[in-house]
Design a protein around this ligand. Structure first.
Ligand SMILES: C[S@@+](CC[C@H](N)C(=O)[O-])C[C@H]1O[C@@H](n2cnc3c(N)ncnc32)[C@H](O)[C@@H]1O
Ligand SMILES: [Zn+2]
Length: 280
């Protein structure tokens, strides 16, 4: 993927936007394609700090419902890829677990995250096969109509963007998709707040299908055994895929209210090809 300036969406002259002369920085060889004024704020630094000094903020590769969420995301994205050459972006990629899974199915994977420290570690781990930059979901450094699939997972609600920011991010997803391309939005949110994800998505796209992970009961029971954190009992509970699957069977009975991770798959309308035959 060739990155463009997030300000004017034109090809960068090294790290400068040739149109408005905004100059971006680099962090450990990673382009930080984020508004330079925002990069100087405490909010940007606090977000990046989670990943500094090798910290791993979330146990995505061990905690059972997270492992299962990544399976749902991977299977969903793979089912939407037109071919191996399809272009996909993982926005808010954290340490790149989804990007890593997608590399087994797709040759054009772009990993983006607001945290330059996270992205630098993704690049170090996944190497030249992945395109990577620090970027915000609200101003993607990607050309219009350049992707087959874009993923925003944990996600629109978790990013604390406010209503206007969420809408901007969904519009950005729509902008960078090719006609007929798909976006996958997922978030971790209590069922009473599902609308916080769905409303901005529906303002821009028609929803093709919903994704439910049926993991609510797991989180309810985990909060009860959290006092045992650090013990083998808690580790078993936290990491057992079998136990999580059993709880999912019960959570499923609750319908949409049984999921804390839930999401939506949407499609940008395909291009209209050809013209109607003239009436004779
Ligand atoms: C909770 S993690 C989600 C990781 C992964 N996408 C998943 O679903 O498990 C949220 C990530 O989003 C990043 N992030 C926060 N605000 C963002 C923004 N405005 N644009 C892009 N990424 C952002 C954070 O740095 C963090 O790595
Ligand atoms: Zn510019």
């Amino acid at each position: 993927m060739t990155f463009v300036s997030p300000c004017c969406r034109v090809a960068l002259d090294v790290l400068t936007c040739p149109r408005c002369r905004t100059t971006y920085t680099e962090h450990a060889g990673i382009a930080v394609l984020v508004d330079p004024a925002f990069v100087k704020t405490a909010g940007f630094e606090v977000n990046d700090r989670r990943y500094q000094n090798g910290a791993v903020p979330w146990a995505y590769d061990r905690q059972a419902p997270e492992v299962q969420k990544y399976s749902v995301l991977t299977e969903t994205v793979v089912s939407l890829l037109p071919s191996r050459a399809s272009a996909v972006a993982d926005v808010g990629c954290s340490l790149g677990l989804l990007s890593q899974h997608l590399l087994s199915h797709c040759d054009d994977v772009t990993a983006l995250d607001l945290s330059p420290s996270a992205v630098a570690r993704v690049k170090e781990r996944l190497g030249p096969r992945v395109s990577a930059a620090a970027a915000s979901a609200t101003a993607l450094p990607l050309p219009d109509a350049s992707l087959d699939v874009v993923v925003m997972s944990d996600g629109l609600v978790s990013w604390s963007l406010g209503d206007a920011g969420k809408l901007t991010a969904v519009r950005e997803a729509e902008r960078v998709l090719k006609p007929g391309g798909h976006a996958v939005f997922m978030d971790y949110v209590t069922p009473s707040r599902h609308h916080e994800l769905i409303e901005p998505v529906k303002a821009v796209f028609g929803i093709e299908r919903m994704l439910y992970t049926h993991d609510r009961l797991w989180y309810v029971t985990e909060s009860m055994v959290r006092v045992l954190k650090g013990t083998a009992v808690h580790t078993f509970f936290s990491e057992s895929l079998g136990w999580s699957k059993a709880l999912k069977k019960v959570s499923r009975l609750l319908g949409p209210a049984g999921s804390k991770h839930f999401g939506a798959v949407v499609q940008k309308p395909p291009a209209v090809t050809g013209t109607a035959a003239p009436r004779t």
